[in-house]
Every structure is written in C-alpha cells, then in structure tokens.
Design a protein around this ligand. Structure first.
Ligand code: SF4
Ligand code: ZN
Length: 420
C-alpha cells in the first residue's frame, strides 16, 4: 500500500501559498547560485535494492556554519526506484523541484538543472530550516506526486564545494547532454503532435509554452520528450497534446490548432502564437528563460544574452533590462525568451531567416553552443565556422563597433532584408 505523506517534517510551513514569495537580499540568510558557483539538481533511476527509502544524507557543512548573506554551492541528487519508473521520467520529476522548493515558507527557488538559485530567508533559518530539510521536502513530494512510478526514494544533499563541482561536471552535465542528444533525431515535421506546458502559470498566469521537438521550453528544461512523459505521467496535468492538423502558415509555424490551444490555456489572454517568428505573434515568456534574443536594428540581426552574462549588450541593455521587457506572459515582438538549445535549431526564428540573423552573443554562450550552431549553419547555408562571424563582448558592446566587426567578417545578416 502507498501512503500519502501529509506532514512534512520541517520547521516552517509548506504550502502553495508561498510559491510566489520573493526573498530580497536584505532578508536572506544564505544563497546558492548556480550562475556563480557549482550547483546541480538531479534525479537518478536506480534498482530497487540500491535505494534505502527515506534516507536523507547531507555531505558537507550545514547552513548554520555559513556566514549571514553568503553565497554557496549546493547539489541535490534524488535517487528513485520503482517497477514502473523510466529514465524518461527523470527530467519531469526534476522540473517539479522548482515548485516543491518554492512552496517552503521563506525559501525561494528559480532556474533549473545546474543553473538554479535558492535563497533561504533569515526567518526560515531562525525557525530552524537547514539544508537537510530540502531532503525531507523532496522526498515527501516525489513520493506523493509520483507514487504511480516511485516506490523508493532517497536524497543526498551536497554542500561541500568540491563535491558540488564533481556532481555538476561528472554526473549532472553528462546526464543533461545525453538527454539532449536523444532529441536530435526528431524534427517538428516528424511528429504528429506538439505539447503545451503551463507549469509557469504560478508566476505568469497567462504564459503558455508550446513545446516541439525543435523548440524546447524557454526554461531549457522541458523538451518535447519531457512534455510527452509529463503527459503520460499525468494526463490531466500541465502538458497537454496540441494537434497540428490545420496549418495556417508553415513558414511562420502558425496553426489553428496551436492558436486554439494557447487561447484555452491562457484563459483567452493570447489569441495567436507562431512557433518560428520573433516579429509576428511570438511566443510569450514567463520569467525563467535561459536566454533572450532581441533585434539589433543597425545590423539587421539579433543579439542573444544568457542569464549568466552580467555585462552590457550592443542593445544598450543588460540581461535583466532585456528580461524586464520580455517576461510576464506578454507578447513583445522583437524580443523573445528561449532555451540555450534552441539557438542551434533549424527552427530558430526561421520566419525571419533563421540563425543567420544572430550577430552577437556573450563569448561564454557562443563557446557553449558553437559546435551545434556551426553544424546547423553548415547544413542550412554552407557557412563554415559561423560562430567566427558572430560578435561578442570582447569585440563590441556598442552597435557601431559591432557593425564594423560584422562588415569585416562578411556577416550574412548585413545584406538581409530589414526585420522591421
Ligand atoms: Fe513549462 Fe515553459 Fe515553464 Fe519551462 S518555461 S516549465 S516549458 S511553462
Ligand atoms: Zn517559467
């Protein structure tokens, strides 16, 4: 028999009422920040005899040894076992951690995978909240919500910085890469349905992601395979099937079916959404986009900034400034939040000419996506080493210097039709 865990053994409250709670810097006791130090959250499928149910382990110092207001590494690995468990369900369980941790009174979570940020408030800390309590929450919620597939669950929380580095680079990132590679064989044309995702409506009530094989959710954590698994695990849950039987314009990626779905799931706030355009009815953004792209009028192209990038872009805006224009479930033609993986997709703003429009990216992001992006540019346009033509902060952070660089490199965007 399966037993619902109604009482989670933590010293603060746990309820969805705390989900939208924001913890300001001055109110926080400690912070874990994946964009600055090594962090990771991961689910691993194990055999039944490998998991001791409800075992919670903390590897490293507890948070009461940390200085008030300080920043630390954190990794948590949730091991699950069950006869019906499938590795395809791992990312679906993982994506729920955002919601579980946010429901803790005085704890805030944003992001996912190895790019999350968690804050513990002074109040929660003073009430006795410690790192081990993440284990209690994750254990209870995973057992409750995934009882159909998870029979046993154990959680290890790492606060030791060297262990966090090891988990992130040797365990988590290779797992994320493997999952991403599985998708590479699928195209939007090769599948019969897309999926909606409304997991982020707690923060952005009218936001709907339409997830396709070649366009993952803007958080970077929900691929078409994940959305499919979510739907299988919970047929009435956040991911619903969207048929694609009535195309309006294949180049824009507009469908009557998609429009009907976003109308329904946004409670009428959205009427039309295209899958492949940044200018015409672009998809909305919540707040957890990995990247934002925005048009750069002087070069006819687009600039992309990722969340980790703290500097200036040639748009005269930083990432947070671009984010303030893009988030909240509103359509902002010319700006769009998206996942990192989408940058090398053949469907990336295909309606405006595709990846050929990319003129600038932070160097680190460019290095991360280079291999895949260059492969796509080679296949679509026969361009070798396309990333060499794309500017970054070491070349230019203002439009004049950028255009000069692009001209020197013969970047294709310069001779394309204006976007506006
Ligand atoms: Fe789902 Fe989109 Fe939110 Fe990701 S960003 S969890 S795909 S609604
Ligand atoms: Zn979101």
């Amino acid at each position: 028999i399966k037993i619902k865990i109604t009482d989670i053994d933590i010293p603060v409250a746990f309820a969805s009422a705390f989900e939208g709670e924001i913890i300001r810097r001055k109110d926080m006791q400690v912070e874990f920040d994946g964009s600055r130090v090594d962090c990771a959250e991961l689910v691993q499928t194990k055999n039944m005899d490998e998991v001791e149910d409800h075992k919670i382990t903390v590897v490293g110092p507890e948070v009461d040894t940390f200085e008030e207001g300080s920043k630390h590494s954190l990794a948590y690995v949730v091991e699950v076992a069950g006869k019906k468990m499938q590795p395809d369900f791992e990312p679906v369980i993982e994506r729920k951690f955002h919601n579980y941790i946010n429901c803790i009174e005085g704890v805030y979570h944003t992001g996912q995978r190895d790019m999350f940020r968690i804050r513990i408030s002074k109040d929660a800390f003073n009430a006795g909240f410690r790192a081990k309590h993440f284990g209690e929450v994750l254990y209870a919620q995973v057992k409750n919500e995934f009882e159909a597939v998870v029979d046993k669950c154990a959680v290890t929380i790492y606060t030791d910085p060297a262990e966090c580095t090891r988990i992130r680079h040797e365990v988590a990132i290779p797992t994320f890469d493997r999952r991403d590679e599985r998708l590479d064989t699928l195209t939007d044309e090769s599948v019969d349905v897309y999926y909606s995702c409304i997991l982020c409506q707690a923060f952005s009530p009218s936001h709907v992601c339409v997830v396709t094989p070649e366009r993952l959710g803007l958080c970077g954590a929900v691929s078409w395979l994940d959305a499919k698994a979510t739907h299988e695990l919970d047929p009435n849950g956040p991911c619903q099937v969207i048929t694609k039987e009535r195309p309006i314009d294949e180049n824009l990626g507009s469908y009557e079916d998609v429009d009907e779905a976003v109308q329904k799931f946004s409670q009428g706030a959205l009427e039309h959404v295209t899958l492949y355009s940044i200018m015409q009815d672009p998809m909305t953004s919540c707040g957890c986009f990995e990247c934002i792209c925005g048009i750069e009028p002087f070069s006819n192209g687009v600039v992309i900034a990722n969340r980790e990038y703290a500097g200036m872009t040639p748009l005269g805006m930083t990432f947070p400034e671009m984010a303030s224009m893009t988030g909240g479930g509103v359509q902002t033609p010319g700006f769009m939040g998206h996942g990192k993986h989408f940058i090398s997709s053949k469907k990336f703003m295909k309606a405006e000419g595709g990846i050929e429009r990319i003129v600038w990216m932070p160097k680190e992001l460019k290095d991360t996506v280079a291999e895949r992006l260059n492969k796509t540019a080679q296949e679509l346009y026969g361009i070798e080493n396309f990333t060499d033509m794309i500017g970054d902060e070491t070349v230019a952070t203002d439009p004049e210097a950028l255009v000069e660089f692009l001209t020197e490199k013969g970047h294709p965007a310069l001779s394309m039709e204006p976007m506006m």
